[in-house]
Design a protein around this ligand. Structure first.
Ligand SMILES: O=C(O)CC[C@@H]1NC(=O)NC1=O
Ligand SMILES: [Fe+3]
Length: 389
């Protein structure tokens, strides 16, 4: 089977030139320009080279864990019983509010290291477990610190519109005004956020509430993205596309109007099979309709303690193929080119001259192995900004 015909864009017997952290040239070794003939060489032994992996949707910074809740669900407890027993998002909020920046950094690093071990070179990290200003800011400082402590690019996202905290149970408008919007302005002033997100769902925030937040984000020059149509179709994707969102994420219940709006706005569909799997959801996102409409499709771990305690983009690709029927070449694009697009990053995600030399080198005989194998990591080496790390 001709691998090129499977949409990988493979270059056989290829060669690439790295200069000052950027890709200077890429192509068949036989075509290497003479000017590079004397450059120092690393023989990769014919191994597969892909762009470095990009996890474009994670909640990897948080306090505590939800393992007991996992047991309760298996014992048959429903969402209400778990909430009454102090479970759910708000149990992570309590643990995160009680955690210092050091605690948040130290507990996130093992999760981040698991992702880097599979070739991740860019990582998106959201706030959203503070639901009050100081903790939201502390989460984001921990996220920025991870980008200094590890050879990885960290992109941060404001997600105070994740859930309504108990202290605002009777005052939604006050929470949006005094925490979500005022906090977004403060985080932006401190250079702590690169984008704004929200959870648009019956148990969280409405499209109308999210539109208020997105209007303010646009005034600050911040791009937006949205968790939408995960459990129902409230029209969040249509609203997000009307606000030129970088991406809309989850999308199990996305309808034709949302697909059309995303196609028109160039918004990326970020699919999160880890949450679909953990919640034992039965409604898969409309992958074929998204492809037919030309909507770029990305995949991400959605690493979070409640619905997707997943720290493997390789397993995420396998789930995208097996659960959502995506082709392995589309799964690979979903964690490279389209994931970069979901973050608004035009300088990575593809191996091309001028782009960052963020690369992953693999011990596989066929690119499809990256989606095919379950629980096996064939990474040979990770290259970040042109350096083997
Ligand atoms: O349960 C949690 O901790 C997060 C749930 C997670 N957040 C969201 O917006 N959708 C989800 O599945
Ligand atoms: Fe999420």
């Amino acid at each position: 089977m001709d691998e090129k015909s499977m949409g990988y864009g493979l270059v056989e017997a290829g060669c690439l030139v790295v200069d000052k952290g950027r890709i200077a040239w890429v192509g068949p070794e036989a075509d290497l320009p003479v000017s590079y003939a004397a450059a120092p060489r690393h023989d990769l032994g014919g191994r597969l080279v892909t762009p470095g992996l990009i996890d474009c949707h994670t909640h990897v910074v948080f306090g505590g864990d939800r393992a007991r809740e996992f047991e309760m669900r298996l014992e048959g407890a429903d969402y209400e019983e778990i909430a009454r027993a102090g479970g759910g998002i708000l149990s992570t909020v309590r643990a995160t509010r009680a955690a210092s920046e050091d605690d948040l950094d130290e507990t996130a690093l093992p999760r981040v290291d698991a992702l880097l071990a599979e070739g991740v070179t860019t990582l998106e990290i959201k706030s959203g477990y503070g639901l009050e200003l100081e903790t939201e800011l502390r989460m984001l400082r921990a996220a920025r610190r991870i980008g200094r402590e590890r050879k990885v690019s960290v992109v941060t996202t404001w997600l105070a519109a994740h859930a309504l905290p108990p202290e605002y149970a009777e005052d939604r408008a006050g929470y949006l005004r005094d925490v979500v919007i005022a906090g977004m302005e403060r985080a932006h002033d401190e250079g702590l956020i690169d984008a704004v997100d929200g959870f648009c769902e019956g148990i969280a925030f409405s499209p109308e509430e999210m539109a208020q937040i997105f209007d303010r984000a646009a005034a600050l020059g911040l791009p937006v993205k949205l968790h939408a149509e995960q459990l129902s179709d409230l029209g969040g994707a249509v609203m997000a596309a009307q606000h030129h969102a970088l991406s809309v994420d989850h999308l199990e219940y996305l309808g034709a109007d949302g697909i059309a709006a995303m196609a028109a706005s160039g918004t990326v569909a970020v699919l999160l099979p880890g949450a679909f799997y953990t919640l034992r959801e039965t409604q898969a996102p409309p992958v074929a309709a998204l492809r037919a409409a030309g909507v770029p499709i990305a995949l991400a771990t959605d690493c979070n303690p409640g619905t997707s305690p997943l720290t493997s983009l390789l397993l995420t690709m396998n789930m995208g193929a097996t659960l959502f029927r995506m082709m392995p070449s589309d799964c690979l694009s979903g964690i490279t080119r389209n994931a970069a697009r979901a973050l608004g990053l035009a300088d990575r995600g593809v191996i091309a001259p001028g782009l960052r030399a963020d690369l992953a080198i693999w011990d596989v005989t066929h690119p499809a192995e990256l989606s095919y194998r379950i629980g096996f990591n064939p990474l040979h080496a990770r290259i970040y900004g042109g350096e083997i790390v």
